[in-house]
Design a protein around this ligand. Structure first.
Ligand code: AMP
Length: 229
């Protein structure tokens, strides 16, 4: 089976992280969530974390050069040739897409086949989903829960850390994140279309079991799909 890298695109709250988690748990794939990595830097108060804290809280994007360097480093660390890789939340701008494209031309990544997946969801559902989303405060867990504000302070079932609401999951910041997403979405879709990549689309509006099943169906007749059958 050819080793692949999957780009998971879609608005915030579409379910990129949850779908990635299913692929990691059930298919043994590897995932990089650039957002989770940024939050980890903030939680650990690294130099990068200090630089990006305010930007993330405001719902804007952090600099292309920084995020590209983080992605390149992660890709270089993925030595297990059997795994499919997921980039969750990257690329988000045309510059990032170009840089990834160039990176994947390098000899060291030449064997990686790129697949582009977009998870679609209505804005109103995004706002509803994210304002009722609570996240494990442990930077290396960041498990997601849905419910009411009473969940804040209760414990994560995976690692027992306290649950919190992400600062950027407040309604006004969610709307900013959606605006940022739409600012770049068309250019990204055109970029991949121009280079002959079909963007595989899946609806994120259903329960995750159904989204995961649709995703696996989408892979259908590819060698990856056949290996999942
Ligand atoms: P996410 O967890 O994917 O919703 O990302 C949370 C935040 O992290 C975003 O609103 C951005 O501030 C930052 N971020 C994540 N991925 C990227 C990226 N590819 N480019 C720039 N900023 C990013």
């Amino acid at each position: 089976m050819q080793r692949s890298v999957f780009i998971f695109m879609g608005p915030p709250g579409a379910g990129k992280g949850t779908l990635s988690a299913r692929c990691v748990e059930e298919l043994g794939w590897k995932q990089l969530s650039t957002g989770a990595l940024c939050r980890e830097h903030i939680a650990r108060k690294t130099e990068i974390g200090k630089q990006i804290d305010f930007i993330i809280k405001s719902g804007k994007l952090i600099s292309d050069s920084l995020i590209i360097a983080l992605v390149e480093q992660w890709l270089l660390e993925q030595n297990d040739q059997r795994n499919c890789l997921i980039l969750d939340g990257f690329p988000r701008t045309l510059h990032q897409a170009n840089s990834l494209h160039e990176l994947l031309q390098k000899e060291i990544f030449a064997a990686l086949k790129l697949h582009v997946i977009r998870i679609n969801i209505e804005d109103s559902l995004v706002v509803k989903r994210l304002t009722t989303r609570f996240t494990c405060s442990n930077a290396s867990c960041q498990a997601i829960y849905n419910g009411t504000k009473e969940l804040i302070g209760s414990r994560c079932s995976k690692c027992s850390s306290v649950l919190m609401q992400r600062p950027d999951d407040q309604e006004h910041t969610i709307r900013e994140r959606l605006a940022v997403y739409y600012e770049h979405a068309q250019a990204l879709a055109a970029f991949y279309k121009d280079r002959g990549y079909g963007v595989l689309e899946v609806s994120g509006e259903y329960p995750m079991d159904e989204v995961f099943a649709s995703f696996k169906r989408l892979l259908g007749d590819t060698d990856i799909g056949r290996s999942l059958a």
